[in-house]
Design a protein around this ligand. Structure first.
Ligand code: CDT
Length: 309
């Protein structure tokens, strides 16, 4: 049986605050149509794909905040995506803001199979930014205010003919993200992102935004012998410039395909899910070479502590 899966990173250009979900879903559906013509079996949408990236604003009115969240999935507005998945035989990854029946808020992604069924859910663990209003910033990054830390860990699901894992945006900068999935024999990590070019607490990093995006995804792919599909929401959104460069990265660490625009764009690659095998049997044969007894500090310590004087 073929282990080739044709995958699309469905990069989205900006979504304005005034754009209703129906409009964004319409853009996503036309990308699914276009992807179908290219034989795509899995399409990956960005983080918080259905709305503008609202953590850039400080808000106190809980109803105004909750308006950016989904209370059900699928909903009336998002059901057409699930119907298209079933009609086209195309799985998808979708990032959205989740409001649970218990009133909990998460930055979430789901994995939907070719029949239009949700087979996996992930809730973002590494929440960047801050929890209080910081007016000195050109824009806010209030993920720590609006979301709880995800409570599902990093799962890996056997679907679409392979082993698939999910992460969300800032997670991609942390090697632990990929390793937890690598230890579940992940073959493809799907992730969406909204990354402002400008980082207010460290503007000296701005010129390296693209480089750090590639570095973290390529490093994660190589060290875990997995495909990584990173999909941006990008362009100038409500006055804030967001990074593009959506990429499909092979288990070799090489970029196979990358976006050229900062707008709606499909990035497509034929991915051999067996490509990581030779790495998993040699350099990164975990069972043979890892030494977890020597890694205890990784789970026991959170912040760095300098050695004793
Ligand atoms: N959405 C998100 O997680 N964005 C963060 C911005 C952090 S600034 C370095 C990211 O890691 O891309």
């Amino acid at each position: 049986m073929s282990r080739i899966l044709t995958v699309a990173a469905a990069q989205l250009g900006p979504v304005a605050r005034s754009h209703p979900r129906s409009q964004v879903v319409g853009r996503m559906l036309s990308m699914m149509e276009q992807a179908r013509g290219n034989g795509v079996g899995l399409i990956v949408f960005p983080e918080l794909a259905l709305t503008t990236f609202f953590p850039r604003w400080y808000m106190e009115d809980q109803a105004a905040i909750d308006a950016f969240f989904e209370r059900e999935m699928p909903s009336n507005e998002t059901r057409p995506l699930f119907e298209a998945a079933a009609r086209f035989g195309m799985g998808f990854y979708l990032g959205y803001a989740e409001l649970t029946p218990e009133g909990r808020h998460f930055n979430t992604s789901i994995l939907v199979d070719r029949s239009g069924r949700i087979v996996g859910k992930y809730r973002k663990i590494h929440l960047p930014g801050h929890a209080e209003h910081e007016p000195w910033r050109a824009f806010q990054h209030l993920e720590k205010r609006y979301f709880e830390v995800g409570n599902l860990g990093w799962g890996v699901w056997r679907t679409l003919g392979g082993n698939f894992g999910m992460a969300i945006c800032n997670d991609r900068r942390w090697p632990e993200t990929y390793r937890v999935m690598g230890l579940q024999d992940v073959e493809m990590v799907l992730l969406g992102y909204n990354t402002p070019w400008h980082n207010p607490p460290a503007p000296d990093h701005d010129r390296l935004s693209e480089f750090h995006n590639q570095l973290s995804m390529q490093g994660g792919a190589y060290a875990n012998a997995t495909w990584v599909v990173g999909t941006a929401k990008c362009g100038e959104e409500e006055g804030c410039k967001l990074l593009g460069n959506s990429s499909i990265i092979a288990p070799t660490g090489e970029v196979v395909a990358r976006a050229l625009t900062e707008d709606d764009e499909l990035v497509i690659a034929r991915c051999d899910l067996d490509l990581g095998l030779s790495y998993k049997k040699s350099t990164f044969n975990f069972a043979r070479h890892r030494q977890p007894d020597q890694y205890q500090m990784i789970v026991e310590r959170t912040g760095a502590e300098p050695p004793a004087a």
